[in-house]
Write a protein that binds this ligand. Structure first.
Ligand SMILES: [Fe+2]
Length: 185
């Protein structure tokens, strides 16, 4: 007589017995996994990367219910200025090169594969202070609608504030900011 386990076999070999995989992430770990999955799929993002010496380049890679994914490039010397992300949380992943993150608590250098979660209101200043271009991936949930800059900490113009949030709601899928407006991360 077969037991239930024998009848069912190995669950991992029987996809129809597994719970359905959600089409979209809805948890922090799910968004972090999405970022890692995209990062590992270089063919999905590498051909899209552009480097703009006049401004950080960014491209909205995809959107889903309650989230969006941005691809950013940074040539040496480019930085975000100190900012937070309004009510959005995020997952920040370095895909190529190295980026330095400065916060009120110090600074750290993030290399390929480095990933961390950003809580609402978390303030940082990110800069490529290396000699090589860098690429990063940013998942925001909910989508970024506000990105207040902290000019007292970075000295940058608050004009940058509106750019990424405004671009996030523009119909174009590929966007390049002007040098005057900068951009966010
Ligand atoms: Fe940021």
């Amino acid at each position: 007589m077969n037991s239930d386990v024998q009848i069912a076999g190995d669950w991992l070999d029987i996809p129809h017995l597994l719970p359905p995989v959600p089409a979209h992430p809805s948890t922090v770990s799910g968004f972090a996994r999405l970022a890692r999955t995209i990062a590992a799929d270089r063919a999905s993002w590498s051909p899209l990367v552009d480097y703009d010496a006049t401004s950080r380049w960014y491209h909205r890679l995809r959107t889903g219910p309650g989230y969006e994914v941005w691809l950013l490039s940074w040539v040496p010397g480019q930085g975000s200025g100190a900012h937070d992300h309004g009510r959005s949380s995020g997952v920040f992943t370095v895909l190529r090169g190295r980026l330095t993150e400065r916060t009120a608590y110090g600074q750290r250098t993030l290399g390929p594969g480095a990933q961390h979660v950003i809580a609402p209101g978390y303030a940082h200043d990110v800069v490529n202070d290396s000699l090589e271009p860098a690429v990063s991936l940013h998942v925001y949930f909910p989508g970024l609608t506000d990105m207040p800059f902290h000019p007292g900490r970075s000295g940058r113009s608050a004009a940058s504030d509106a750019v990424l949030a405004a671009t996030a709601h523009a119909p174009e899928q590929r966007s390049t900011a002007t040098a005057a407006l900068g951009g966010g991360n």
